[in-house]
Unconditional design. Structure first.
Length: 202
């Protein structure tokens, strides 16, 4: 009869030690969530501003739209210029998809691109204006190229006002750094081209 009682005592002691460890250390963090990035949802974005260092002001992207009855309207360029809706929606989706599964690290860390350091980083900046009136501003830069990441250079993001950066997926910069001309609609009037009628030249 001694063996079962001894086993019970050992199991109880291990359980107590495990409970104490959880209290002292805390529960393991399974998934990292970044409150600033989590606020980005495509349907809630009513304005997007993208700036690149060294690029002229007229080349920067400034898109805006309004919400009517909770539904987003058409995108326009600053000044009311018409834009290509598919490309503008794709930009909004790209901004809204910025998420991380990594813990933030100080911007001074060696893994963070140096251009993200300082009060005004020399990196691509993205500002998303939300329907609530809030805004999410951040800088983005690709990791420096090494032998290990020559084809999968991760993108790093630093939110405005923060001294930490988070690692994102690779290949995000080319989806965000198009100039304003890329989004402008060249036609004066939007709509479909009329279909041809028999015997009527076009």
């Amino acid at each position: 009869m001694r063996l079962p009682w001894a086993s019970l005592i050992v199991v109880s002691a291990l359980a107590a030690a495990g409970g104490l460890l959880v209290v002292l250390v805390g529960k393991p963090r399974v998934e990292n969530r970044h409150s600033g990035l989590d606020a980005l949802k495509a349907a809630d974005i009513v304005g997007i501003v993208v700036r690149l260092p060294g690029r002229g002001e007229t080349e920067n992207v400034e898109l805006e739209r309004s919400l009517k009855d909770g539904k987003p309207g058409a995108w326009t360029m600053k000044g009311g210029w018409p834009v290509r809706q598919e490309e503008a929606n794709s930009l909004a989706e790209s901004v809204a998809s910025l998420r991380t599964r990594f813990l933030p690290v100080p911007v001074a860390d060696a893994v963070v691109p140096p251009v993200l350091r300082g009060e005004k980083p020399e990196a691509i900046s993205v500002e998303a204006k939300l329907a609530s009136g809030a805004a999410v501003s951040l800088w983005l830069a690709d990791a420096e190229s090494t032998e290990d990441n020559a084809f999968t250079r991760p993108t790093w993001a630093r939110l405005s006002g923060e001294s930490q950066a988070v690692r994102l997926a690779p290949g995000l910069i080319p989806r965000l750094n198009q100039p304003s001309d890329f989004y402008l609609q060249r036609r004066i009037f939007s709509g479909r081209k009329p279909e041809k009628s028999a015997g009527v030249p076009r």
